[in-house]
Design a protein around this ligand. Sequence first.
Ligand code: PLP
Length: 394
Amino acid sequence: MTSSARPILNRRLAEFGTTIFAEMSALAATTGSINLGQGFPDTDGPEEIREAAVRALRDGRGNQYPPGPGVPELRTAIAAHQQRRYGLTYDPDTEVLVTAGATEAIAASLLALVEPGDEVVALEPYYDSYAACVAMAGGRRVPVTLRPHDGAFRLDLDELRAAVTDRTRLLLINTPHNPTGTVLTREELSAIAELAVERDLLVVTDEVYEHLVFDDAVHVPLATLPGMRERTVTISSAGKTYSYTGWKVGWVTAPPALVTAVRAAKQFLTYVSAGPFQYAVAEALNLPEDYFTALREDLRAKRDLLAAGLEKAGFAVFRPAGTYFITADIRPLGESDGFAFCRSLPERAGVVAIPNAVFYDHREEGAPFVRFAFCKRHQTLREAAERLAGLRHG
Ligand SMILES: *Cc1c(COP(=O)(O)O)cnc(C)c1O
């Protein structure tokens, strides 16, 4: 400790203490609760992809610093994936950058593109790293709140337009959206695109849940819309798609000038990302369509299982069109404070959830909502549903 009165943590980060996830995971451990707080799968992804990582390690591929932009095999596979799925053409040499997860891609993009004082418009509630990265870049975050409408959280396009000022540098978009499970529609995305073109804004779009969409929802990458490819930094990652969240392989696709800028920041954050995993993810991106279909089908069944349990327990459920999170409203249970509810839930029901308010600047907007992750074994979800059923009577 220093003896001066000056706080140790700098002003930019002072508001970001330890995350709620640490507190809730600790609570899960001490109470023996089922942890549906943090979003990581409790089973590993495809065996053959794990074996590909082992092979790369054994064969000495990537054990020393790989190339700064990522290994060519992976950059080629990323470009091929964007082409095959979305008809988006990217040059693997100049328009693809491999990062240490999507988290680093977000950080590097904001650090590279935002000047101190620039405004960043982001959809609220938002993934917790957005606010911290905007702050580290010296930017100002301008939240546009998604609000419940016909059973889903939707974007108010007038509010979005009103949020853009002469100081706005970029729009930070996330679809499929964590924590609400909303998948932005083509109409919503078209309005975002028109606004970006009209006001000449850059767009950073976090699409890590691109493969996790259900029923008739369709993921439309923003970069596919007119005028967008040239101004959009698209971010994705292997963590969610292949159920290896610990590997931390993410990527950026964007035009050369934007990739060069993001790389300028990335090179001083991590320099390069873990080598052997990059070879394995290259193979993962080339898995046949069956893999993605089976993943979606498995998660859809899990979503339905948990949603039914939550409804039976008395929550109002926003059935997600994408991601592996369910947002639920606690008001039908006679509760209104998600923080207090989540702190007491382990004791009352042996289940851990996350209060959505942590994802808001306007905390009151998120107060009655809590988030449950359903990327867990069927048996675990059934057990959680049984425990939650007691809430009505307890
Ligand atoms: C999980 C997640 C990330 C982080 O992805 P990593 O590849 O693990 O760094 C980024 N954005 C959203 C919305 C997420 O849910």
